[in-house]
Design a binder for this molecule. Structure first.
Ligand SMILES: Cc1cc2nc3c(=O)[nH]c(=O)nc-3n(C[C@H](O)[C@H](O)[C@H](O)COP(=O)(O)O)c2cc1C
Length: 168
Protein backbone atom coordinates (compact mmCIF):
# COMPACT_ATOMS: atom_id res chain seq x y z
CA UNK A 1 0.00 0.00 0.00
CA UNK A 2 1.16 3.55 -0.75
CA UNK A 3 2.59 5.28 2.30
CA UNK A 4 1.37 8.71 3.37
CA UNK A 5 4.22 10.76 4.78
CA UNK A 6 4.35 14.15 6.45
CA UNK A 7 7.68 15.93 6.15
CA UNK A 8 7.58 18.80 8.62
CA UNK A 9 10.24 21.29 9.58
CA UNK A 10 11.30 24.15 11.84
CA UNK A 11 13.47 26.62 9.99
CA UNK A 12 14.60 30.15 10.75
CA UNK A 13 16.42 31.05 7.53
CA UNK A 14 14.83 28.52 5.11
CA UNK A 15 17.84 26.19 4.90
CA UNK A 16 16.01 23.32 6.62
CA UNK A 17 12.76 24.20 4.82
CA UNK A 18 14.48 23.71 1.45
CA UNK A 19 15.99 20.41 2.61
CA UNK A 20 12.52 19.27 3.76
CA UNK A 21 11.07 20.12 0.31
CA UNK A 22 13.87 18.19 -1.36
CA UNK A 23 13.40 15.16 0.90
CA UNK A 24 9.65 15.33 0.19
CA UNK A 25 10.27 15.32 -3.56
CA UNK A 26 12.68 12.40 -3.26
CA UNK A 27 10.19 10.37 -1.21
CA UNK A 28 7.53 11.13 -3.83
CA UNK A 29 9.83 9.84 -6.55
CA UNK A 30 10.05 6.67 -4.48
CA UNK A 31 6.27 6.30 -4.70
CA UNK A 32 5.05 7.86 -1.46
CA UNK A 33 2.27 10.37 -0.98
CA UNK A 34 3.99 13.30 0.68
CA UNK A 35 2.94 16.54 2.34
CA UNK A 36 5.60 19.08 3.32
CA UNK A 37 4.64 21.68 5.95
CA UNK A 38 6.19 23.87 8.64
CA UNK A 39 5.53 22.50 12.14
CA UNK A 40 3.32 25.45 13.00
CA UNK A 41 1.06 24.64 10.01
CA UNK A 42 0.38 21.03 10.99
CA UNK A 43 -3.09 20.51 12.39
CA UNK A 44 -3.84 16.84 11.90
CA UNK A 45 -1.39 13.97 12.11
CA UNK A 46 -3.96 11.20 11.80
CA UNK A 47 -3.89 11.00 8.02
CA UNK A 48 -0.14 10.21 7.86
CA UNK A 49 1.49 6.85 8.39
CA UNK A 50 4.95 8.29 8.76
CA UNK A 51 6.41 11.52 10.11
CA UNK A 52 9.75 12.99 9.09
CA UNK A 53 10.82 16.08 11.01
CA UNK A 54 13.74 18.44 10.42
CA UNK A 55 15.16 21.34 12.39
CA UNK A 56 18.01 23.79 12.19
CA UNK A 57 20.20 24.42 15.21
CA UNK A 58 20.88 27.57 17.17
CA UNK A 59 23.20 27.84 20.15
CA UNK A 60 23.49 24.03 20.35
CA UNK A 61 19.73 23.53 20.41
CA UNK A 62 17.26 22.31 17.80
CA UNK A 63 14.42 24.81 17.50
CA UNK A 64 11.88 25.06 20.26
CA UNK A 65 8.89 24.85 17.89
CA UNK A 66 10.16 21.46 16.62
CA UNK A 67 10.64 20.17 20.15
CA UNK A 68 7.24 21.41 21.28
CA UNK A 69 5.53 19.93 18.23
CA UNK A 70 7.12 16.55 18.99
CA UNK A 71 6.23 16.67 22.66
CA UNK A 72 2.58 17.35 21.95
CA UNK A 73 2.55 14.67 19.21
CA UNK A 74 3.98 11.89 21.37
CA UNK A 75 0.72 9.99 21.62
CA UNK A 76 0.06 9.91 17.87
CA UNK A 77 3.68 9.09 17.16
CA UNK A 78 3.21 5.75 18.91
CA UNK A 79 1.23 4.66 15.82
CA UNK A 80 3.64 6.01 13.21
CA UNK A 81 6.98 5.48 11.63
CA UNK A 82 9.28 8.31 12.60
CA UNK A 83 12.49 9.80 11.22
CA UNK A 84 14.35 13.03 11.98
CA UNK A 85 17.02 15.21 10.45
CA UNK A 86 18.94 18.30 11.37
CA UNK A 87 20.84 20.87 9.36
CA UNK A 88 23.65 22.58 11.22
CA UNK A 89 26.78 24.63 10.79
CA UNK A 90 29.00 22.21 12.70
CA UNK A 91 29.00 19.70 9.83
CA UNK A 92 30.54 22.26 7.49
CA UNK A 93 33.65 20.39 8.62
CA UNK A 94 33.06 16.66 8.75
CA UNK A 95 35.15 15.62 11.75
CA UNK A 96 34.39 12.95 14.35
CA UNK A 97 33.86 15.65 16.95
CA UNK A 98 31.41 17.55 14.73
CA UNK A 99 29.51 14.39 13.82
CA UNK A 100 29.19 13.71 17.52
CA UNK A 101 27.76 17.19 18.01
CA UNK A 102 25.33 16.74 15.12
CA UNK A 103 24.23 13.37 16.52
CA UNK A 104 23.46 15.08 19.83
CA UNK A 105 21.34 17.67 18.03
CA UNK A 106 19.36 14.91 16.29
CA UNK A 107 18.98 13.09 19.60
CA UNK A 108 17.26 16.16 21.03
CA UNK A 109 14.44 15.57 18.51
CA UNK A 110 14.21 11.87 19.35
CA UNK A 111 14.06 12.71 23.06
CA UNK A 112 11.33 15.30 22.52
CA UNK A 113 9.37 12.72 20.52
CA UNK A 114 10.10 10.01 23.05
CA UNK A 115 10.40 7.73 20.05
CA UNK A 116 13.15 5.80 18.38
CA UNK A 117 13.72 7.15 14.88
CA UNK A 118 13.99 4.72 11.97
CA UNK A 119 16.75 6.97 10.69
CA UNK A 120 18.46 10.23 11.63
CA UNK A 121 19.80 12.54 8.92
CA UNK A 122 22.76 14.67 9.96
CA UNK A 123 23.27 17.36 7.36
CA UNK A 124 25.45 20.40 6.93
CA UNK A 125 23.21 23.44 6.48
CA UNK A 126 23.50 26.94 5.20
CA UNK A 127 24.67 29.88 7.24
CA UNK A 128 23.01 33.01 5.97
CA UNK A 129 23.02 35.48 8.79
CA UNK A 130 21.35 38.13 6.62
CA UNK A 131 18.19 35.98 6.68
CA UNK A 132 18.26 35.66 10.47
CA UNK A 133 15.34 37.20 12.30
CA UNK A 134 15.66 39.98 14.84
CA UNK A 135 18.65 42.11 15.63
CA UNK A 136 21.28 39.71 14.24
CA UNK A 137 19.53 39.70 10.86
CA UNK A 138 19.15 43.46 10.85
CA UNK A 139 22.84 43.97 11.59
CA UNK A 140 23.96 41.34 9.09
CA UNK A 141 21.77 42.69 6.31
CA UNK A 142 23.64 45.97 6.71
CA UNK A 143 27.01 44.28 6.53
CA UNK A 144 28.27 42.61 3.36
CA UNK A 145 28.57 39.12 4.89
CA UNK A 146 28.12 36.32 2.36
CA UNK A 147 26.04 33.21 2.86
CA UNK A 148 27.81 29.88 3.04
CA UNK A 149 25.89 26.89 1.79
CA UNK A 150 27.30 23.51 2.81
CA UNK A 151 24.26 21.42 1.93
CA UNK A 152 25.26 18.26 0.10
CA UNK A 153 22.21 17.43 -2.01
CA UNK A 154 23.56 14.04 -3.12
CA UNK A 155 23.98 12.92 0.44
CA UNK A 156 20.51 14.26 1.40
CA UNK A 157 19.01 12.41 -1.57
CA UNK A 158 20.85 9.22 -0.57
CA UNK A 159 19.44 9.47 2.94
CA UNK A 160 15.89 9.99 1.64
CA UNK A 161 16.11 7.06 -0.81
CA UNK A 162 17.37 4.86 2.00
CA UNK A 163 14.58 6.11 4.28
CA UNK A 164 11.97 5.30 1.63
CA UNK A 165 13.17 1.70 1.65
CA UNK A 166 12.87 1.55 5.42
CA UNK A 167 9.38 3.07 5.32
CA UNK A 168 8.35 0.36 2.91
C1 LIG B 1 22.38 32.68 15.24
C2 LIG B 1 22.80 31.29 14.75
C3 LIG B 1 23.25 30.33 15.67
C4 LIG B 1 23.67 29.05 15.23
N1 LIG B 1 24.13 28.13 16.14
C5 LIG B 1 24.56 26.92 15.71
C6 LIG B 1 25.09 25.95 16.63
O1 LIG B 1 25.11 26.15 17.85
N2 LIG B 1 25.55 24.76 16.14
C7 LIG B 1 25.55 24.48 14.79
O2 LIG B 1 26.01 23.41 14.40
N3 LIG B 1 25.02 25.36 13.90
C8 LIG B 1 24.53 26.56 14.32
N4 LIG B 1 24.03 27.47 13.42
C9 LIG B 1 23.92 27.09 12.00
C10 LIG B 1 22.49 26.69 11.61
O3 LIG B 1 22.00 25.66 12.37
C11 LIG B 1 22.47 26.29 10.14
O4 LIG B 1 22.87 27.40 9.39
C12 LIG B 1 21.12 25.77 9.69
O5 LIG B 1 21.24 25.22 8.39
C13 LIG B 1 20.06 26.84 9.69
O6 LIG B 1 18.83 26.26 9.37
P1 LIG B 1 17.49 27.10 9.11
O7 LIG B 1 17.80 28.10 8.03
O8 LIG B 1 16.51 26.12 8.67
O9 LIG B 1 17.12 27.79 10.38
C14 LIG B 1 23.62 28.74 13.84
C15 LIG B 1 23.14 29.71 12.93
C16 LIG B 1 22.74 30.97 13.36
C17 LIG B 1 22.23 31.98 12.36
Amino acid sequence: MTKTVLVTFASQTEATAEVAEFIGKTLEEQGMIVTVKAVDQVTDLNRYQALVIGSGVKMDKTYREAQEFLKRSRQSLLQKQFAAFITCGSLSKDTAENRDKAQKYANQLAEAASARPLSQGLFAGRMDMSRAKGLIGLLMRKSASKAEDWRDWDSIRGWAVDLAQQLN
